[in-house]
Design a protein around this ligand. Structure first.
Ligand code: NAP
Ligand code: MG
Length: 404
């Protein structure tokens, strides 16, 4: 390969942990640097370095993402008690994904990667369903009480002039439980804009659903904000692209989703998104085939795989045993970021490379070469299970052909 593809603006590169950190380096060495003069601003979000920098590196990487606009992130460990002793941590550092999402005020979009031979549990789903989950408020920021012996529960709001508004929640005759939820108009608005922008990017419809017939103020406010923003800012653009915004009740949405063929963005309230993203991922076959992108309302993108650091495989790897870890979602994180960078910087060769990388990856699996997790699921007759590195070498064989 004589002349490599040049980049203009660096990608923000966020390295991570365990098996995905091993795969990260392999992807760069085998699939990227032979073709691209890869320009990145590197941040090591591996737990060792997060601990050394008191997690400053996570904040710095998020700020760099704001500056440059596109990041690619490796899976990272979210510390728990076991990790405290394993890594001798100074503190139980917060989830990097949570930190970055809060700084970018972003919405996460998760999309399955479909390949022939792996049939979704819902056979009509021939196109991907992208789930967009609102990442603020509701039950995740709740206040709750367990109460005993009877009494009166009220909702009290004190405005900035000190005026109180009260609403009776319940007159308890005996023991019970109470929960207080909230959300903010600005956060709901950011969520709506992120969904509509992403839909224009993907040229796909947006479906949104709440329980507004029961929750006439709370859920209804979500519905109204979406509709206002759509009508005022997006309707014309959607019509030009021939795509739609569609609102319905959450139970109706679930029924329609099951009967659909896929190919749209399903915007979900925080709790619905938590539950439905696991359902959709499982139904499509594998978490290892799910990509994830964080999009801010002002158009900043961070790409990653939806799965974790695949700890069990990493310990095998450390013992010198062969692993067969699926790198597809991490490859697609890179291709997604490179494609977006190419579009923003008007570099058609970089966009084409990213498309070829995705094509080569899918072609490899559809020709029967795959890692162990997929070999268990695939209905192809002649399939060959390969190890972590062999898979990338096989992808590169096909990529090299496409790049000729
Ligand atoms: P995980 O890393 O997603 O792995 C769970 C299991 O799913 C694996 O043991 C493996 O099953 C299978 N699997 C997941 N990805 C795979 C792949 N690419 N190829 C093949 N098999 C795959 O979840 P976890 O074990 O619960 O979490 C490990 C660490 O990841 C935790 O420290 C957690 O904090 C972190 N995490 C990070 C992110 C992120 O950064 N976005 C997300 C989730 C979790 P088998 O063992 O049966 O082969
Ligand atoms: Mg969940």
């Amino acid at each position: 390969m004589s002349d490599k593809i040049l980049m203009k603006t660096p990608l923000v590169e966020m390295d991570g942990d365990e098996m995905t950190r091993i795969i990260w380096q392999m992807i760069k060495d085998i699939l990227l640097t032979p073709y691209i003069d890869l320009k990145t601003e590197y941040y090591d979000l591996g737990l060792v370095h997060r601990n050394e920098t008191n997690d400053q590196v996570t904040f710095d990487s998020a700020e760099a993402t704001k500056k440059y606009g596109v990041a690619v992130k490796c899976a990272t460990i979210t510390p728990n008690a076991a990790r405290m002793s394993e890594y001798n941590l100074k503190e139980m550092w917060k989830s990097p994904n949570g930190t970055i999402r809060a700084i970018l005020d972003g919405t996460v979009f998760r999309t399955p990667i479909l390949v022939k031979g792996i049939t979704p549990y819902i056979p009509t789903w021939t196109k991907p369903i992208t789930i967009a989950r609102h990442a603020y408020g509701d039950v995740y920021k709740n206040v709750e009480m367990q109460v005993a012996g009877g009494g009166k529960a009220e909702l009290v709001y004190t405005d900035k002039d000190g005026n109180e508004t009260r609403e009776l929640i319940h007159e308890f005759k005996g023991d019970g439980i109470i929960q207080g939820l909230h959300n903010r108009d600005d956060s709901i608005g950011s969520f709506a804009r992120a969904c509509f922008n992403f839909a224009l990017d993907m040229k796909q419809d947006v479906w949104f659903a709440t329980k507004d017939t029961i929750s006439k103020k709370y859920d209804h406010r979500f519905k109204d904000i979406f509709q206002e923003i759509y009508d005022n800012e997006y309707k014309e653009k959607f019509e030009k692209e021939g795509i739609e915004y569609f609102y319905t009740l959450i139970d109706d949405a679930v029924a329609r989703v099951i009967r659909s063929e896929g190919g749209y963005i399903w915007a979900c309230k925080n709790y619905d998104g938590d539950v439905m993203s696991d359902m959709v991922a499982t139904a499509y076959g594998s978490l290892a085939m799910m990509t994830s992108v964080l999009v801010s309302p002002d158009g900043i993108y961070e790409y990653e795989a939806a799965h974790g650091t695949v700890q069990r495989h990493y310990y095998k790897h450390l013992k010198g045993e062969k692993t067969s870890t699926n790198s597809v979602a991490t490859i697609f994180a890179w291709s997604g970021a490179l494609k977006k960078r190419g579009e923003l910087d008007e570099l058609p060769k970089l966009v084409k490379f990213a498309e070829n990388l995705e094509k080569a990856t899918i072609q490899t699996i559809e020709e029967g070469v795959m890692t162990g997790d997929l070999a268990l699921l695939s209905t192809l007759e002649n399939k060959k299970k390969v190890d972590t590195e062999e898979f990338l070498v096989e992808v590169n064989k096909r990529l090299a052909e496409l790049m000729k």
